[in-house]
Design a protein around this ligand. Sequence first.
Ligand SMILES: [Zn+2]
Length: 410
Amino acid sequence: VTRQAGVGQDVVRRVNLSHVLRLLHASGPRTRAELTAFTGLNRSTVAALVADLAARQLVTEGEARATGTPGRPSPMVSLRTDRHVVLALDVGVDSLAAATVALGGHRLAHVRLERPRRRTVVDTTIEDLGTLADEVLGELGRGHRLVGIGVSVAGLVRTDDGFVHVAPNLGWRDVALAELLRARLRRRVPIAVANDADAGALAERVHGAGRGVDDLVYISGEVGVGGGVIVDGRPLRGVGGYAGEIGHIPVDVDGLPCVCGAVGCWETRVGEAALLRLAGEPEEGGRDAVDRVLAAAEEGDAVALGALEELGRWMAVGLAAIANVFDPQRIVLGGLHGRVHPYLNGQVAEPPRSELLTVREPVQIVPAVLADSSLAGAAELAFGAILDDPTTVAPQRTGARAARTQEPVT
Ligand SMILES: [Zn+2]
């Protein structure tokens, strides 16, 4: 909330609109009185902001309700899920997914396509994504309007233009993903692309295990191991937007070759193939093989438990590196690592603190709570522009005020 003198009125209004919309997006319906309390703005300002958001068809105001506290009943403000939607796409090694998502992370339609490891070539992937997108977009209601497309992909992404430099586990190099999708989907809306772990971090912070945490590391353990780092409430980007490649921290210099071309990356010790190798399963066994290992561990099978213990030892090595470099409040384990978390307690429940840093607060290490953080994160990416500046959506009512603020819809 900004009330700084010298800042233009329009800027202040935009910041306050964004603040109110983000509150509702992250925490669900709120009474106007609650919004007033949370924002610290005065009642009439909040009433005007809510009216503005309602005119843009972003929120709706219900009947006034008694709040149980002294004072007049306050109207309930909810996000509208019948108007602005985004298309979220997720490109993983084993599966592709598409969903239409409304404000608040509310999913309208959702499809996932499991695919064999060899079906990851670019052309096939674009075609499959197009088919999935057509399916979920075809189910939208008449009032729905697509305002953006977000894509998460298991690779190194230049976020400015959605260009994938390299995605080792997909076998991709230099793929103009946003451009290819724009040509296939033929929708005149912005397309935002991000690394799957960066997207996962975003979603877990807004809707999942990282709520309200400003210093957070999200680890996406799948075939590859990725990381999304949030420092002081902002995603850590690095010069080219490639920061957070936690899976490629060298932990074992005389170790195994990694798909990235280096030797002994953390991923070679804690990725899916490492677990399967330790458990005596084929490394390419995929999710079915992982399911078998976890089921065996559940029944107390010594080989499976031994594999998880060894995985946990290497998990602790990387977690210690992460904790020492970023000093996060919380590390959220997603994907495979979220699934194996219950078996890692012996190794990682004790915060990996070095003696040098005993002053540091213990790091909380928790599993992700969203079923598919990266897909949810793709939706967050696509909503980013509207959440940051709700005035990018033109008001629908006529009148002097609406006419004055009419702006092109992006
Ligand atoms: Zn590597």
